[in-house]
Design a protein around this ligand. Sequence first.
Ligand code: G1P
Length: 275
Amino acid sequence: MINKCLFPAAGYGTRFLPATKATPKEMLPILTKPLIQYGVEEAVEAGITTMAIVSGRGKRAIEDHFDISYELEHQIKGGSKEELLDEIRSLIEKCTFSYTRQIEMKGLGHAILTGETLIGNEPFAVVLADDLCQNDEAGVLEQMKKVYEKYQCSVVAIEEVPMDETQKYGVIAGKLVDGTEDTYRVSDMVEKPEPKDAPTNLAIIGRYILTPDIFDILRNTKAGKGGEIQITDALLEQAKQGRVIAYKFKGKRFDCGSVDGFVEATNWFYDRMKS
Ligand code: G1P
């Protein structure tokens, strides 16, 4: 069973400066809902209700978002705007949120290791809130949970990207599992390779299910690409033992960590709301 979802949310969001100078990038809204709320909703859809958030300095707004605001609620009670808080209220009722702080920014692998104290010794999901995923039927985490139940090992979500964009992602190589068209047993993974060094164009996007031995591996993982501790490098250790599945998910993904992807997501959700 996957009961917990980790949200690494300590990064500075420098691509969105000055908007992210005093506002966490995870709180930037697509229409009226902050990015991290979409991620939490996706986890809840997958039956996960314990949220573990690795935050950092200047991220207080995330904690306040997943809490009651008595003054505000009192103010709008009984009025037409009250229903605007329905979704977030129901999330707060269903879920628990716990937080720990990443003191230094030493990479995604380090952020995940920082979350160990909130996760403990059990398999868990990871959501990078700036990858916004959307599917009308089962959400991406729900799809991945089924894959995990079948293979009982770490699972990464992948999608095909143009070959000239491999340097933006972790890239995998592997063989399709017999009888499937979307499930690979991973044999190699490389963090942000230049196109000429990339084994494929199958890029990891920000959804993972990890088995808890990843923490010990991360503790022993040296800084890699960009001088940071990379989750891709730690996963390679599991992959060498045949213990990583890459799953080509059904649905759309918006890279809301870039201005282009953010605008694309905004337009897509706006058009949908209007139609
Ligand atoms: C991280 C991971 C990378 C992955 C990406 C997905 O990179 O290191 O392997 O492909 O998330 O969004 P970041 O985007 O944080 O640089």
